[in-house]
Design a protein around this ligand. Structure first.
Ligand SMILES: [Zn+2]
Length: 551
């Protein structure tokens, strides 16, 4: 039931310009091809890597057939002895644009590219027998709907064939350079014609062959908003809490952004949440502390699209084998289900160390079930299309510039290591992200309120109310909350489920209008399980408190 501990194990293949620290780089992968990136253009310096993309020039002439780099110079000839075959785009999961020279129509099965996000384009080739190893230029020309043109040159020493895990001609588009309606074409050129050998292929090395291709880009605001809540564990005379620096927040943000179809994730750090009960030694996993976070969210009543994520560094250690827990898997991105956007996980000393569990638990609250890999994943999504939880397509990190292989990496909803986003997971959450982003004007959650209950594995329970509503479709057949008052008994529908990654039973029902008058409450589970009495006086009514505050 628990989110298992994966063995720290990472095979990253860096793209050409990234000096990866834990994986083979492209140049040394044994394909016999070495490379050098042109540094005449944009150079981006990062903490751990240097990104160098080629000459990058924008002009206003809109003529797709001309180059526009500075002073007049002789146009370069097509490279000889080489044929371009394939072009891909990657914002996290790879999308094929051109195959065998032909532009591919947008496929309903493929992941969507989104606007405003770093995009890696890669081109692959085949060689003629008489090809002489030498440096070639890959030139990208991108024509924009506003009439401007982007030209990017990428220099590469070509010695053998390229492939997805090895060398490729690469162009990196910055977020502002990714908009709908881009028309693109790439070609290979010989910078020094005196070194060229053999014939120029027929057709020449250009993609797509027929004419410019159109980059299909899904254009919508896409953001994730998360409040990080450091849990202040006050236990046996000690105080234990993560110290969250700007770097930690950045590391968590970047991992979330890399694995989700967003333009940006916005992470804030909230006030510490005091918590007095045992955590690591409780025997109840993170159930009760997750309940406390849910009550914290109920009291705060933040915007309905804001996720709450508790960060834990307990004084009594972590529950064995448990990395994190989410309160639920909302089946639909309903505004009224704001109380489902709550999760928690291990801090493990840093934002970088906490990030992978963070992505997994937020994934649950986005509506994702587990993906089978280790076999320990309970409640798995049987529609997942790739065997053993593999990601299925090449992955690319927009912040770390590393490539992930389709078979060597696993979906982040598995319990296996080498976690990344699959094309399936990318698409599954994109629509949820779009819906939640559209609520940005909402400051509170609509609805008549919900009654929530948590039955923890140690026999303790907690009941509270919050804003929101229970969609009728989610009610568990045969289950009810019965409210007894002077006028009779009101039966209400109830949704009962076991929280993911844990054993806590969660109950959500409409907040009874008769709650202030209730003399008794009962939870009536389905399947003839004996009803459970709820003490009306023990319900923490955050909804009423908010209603009073609003008067
Ligand atoms: Zn999980």
């Amino acid at each position: 039931m628990s989110r298992g501990l994966g063995i720290a194990f990472s095979i990253g293949t860096s793209v050409l310009w990234a000096c990866g620290d834990d994986g083979p780089t492209v140049a040394g992968d044994g394909t016999g091809t070495t490379s050098s990136a042109s540094t005449t253009g944009t150079t981006t310096q990062g903490a751990d890597e240097t990104a160098s993309v080629g000459t990058s020039t924008t002009s206003g002439d809109g003529d797709g057939g001309s180059t526009t780099t500075g002073a007049p110079e002789a146009p370069l000839a097509f490279a000889s002895g080489i044929r371009l075959t394939r072009l891909t785009a990657n914002q996290g999961v790879q999308v094929d644009l051109v195959d065998e020279g032909l532009e591919l129509p947008p496929s309903p099965d493929a992941a969507r590219l989104i606007s405003g996000r770093t995009t890696l384009l890669r081109a692959f080739w085949s060689l003629h027998a008489d090809f002489t190893p030498r440096e070639l230029i890959g030139r990208l020309e991108a024509d924009y709907p506003d009439g401007t043109q982007l030209v990017q040159d990428f220099s590469l020493w070509v010695e053998g064939e390229g492939n997805d895990g090895g060398t490729s001609f690469q162009w990196l588009l910055q977020p502002h350079e990714v908009v709908p309606g881009i028309q693109y074409r790439v070609r290979l050129l010989d910078p020094d014609p005196t070194l060229a050998t053999g014939q120029i292929s027929d057709p020449p090395p250009i993609l797509p062959l027929a004419s410019r291709g159109t980059l299909s880009v899904y254009d919508a605001p896409l953001q994730l908003r998360v409040e990080l809540v450091p849990v202040l564990h006050q236990f046996e005379g000690e105080e234990c809490m993560p110290t969250i620096t700007d770097q930690d927040v950045q590391d968590m943000r970047e991992e979330l952004e890399q694995c989700n179809a967003v333009q940006e994730a916005i992470l804030t750090v909230g006030e510490p949440m005091p918590y007095l009960d045992p955590i690591g030694t409780s025997g109840t996993g993170f159930g009760p502390v997750l309940t406390a976070l849910a009550e914290r969210r109920a009291a705060d009543d933040p915007p309905p699209n804001l996720y709450y994520y508790g960060l834990l560094a307990p004084c009594d250690g972590y529950p064995p084998g448990l990395l994190g827990q989410a309160i639920g898997i909302p089946p639909t991105p309903a505004m009224e289900l704001a109380q489902q956007r709550i999760a928690t996980g291990r801090w493990s000393g840093s934002g970088a160390a906490a990030a992978e569990t963070f992505v997994h638990e937020i994934g649950h609250t986005q509506g994702r079930y587990h993906v089978l890999c280790s076999g320990g994943e309970a409640g798995a999504d049987m529609a997942y299309p790739h065997p053993q939880g593999r990601i299925g397509v090449w992955g690319f990190g927009i912040h770390d510039f590393k490539l992930r292989s389709p078979t060597g990496s696993r979906d982040y909803m598995t319990y296996c290591s080498n976690e990344w986003v699959s094309d399936y997971g990318w698409e599954q959450t994109l629509d949820v992200i779009e819906v939640l982003t559209s609520w940005d004007a909402m400051s509170t959650t609509p609805g008549d309120g919900v009654l929530m209950g948590a039955l923890h594995p140690d026999g303790t329970e907690r009941w509270w109310t919050a804003t929101g509503a229970l969609p009728a479709s989610l009610a568990t057949p045969g289950a009810a909350i019965e409210v007894t008052h002077a006028g009779g008994v009101d039966p209400l529908p109830a949704w009962i489920y076991v929280r993911p990654d844990g054993d806590t039973v969660q109950i959500i029902a409409p907040r009874p209008a008769s709650l202030p008058l209730a003399t008794a409450l009962h939870l009536r589970p389905p399947d003839r399980v004996a009803p459970l009495a709820i003490d009306p006086a023990a319900i923490h009514d955050h909804f009423a408190a908010r209603a009073r505050a609003g008067d």
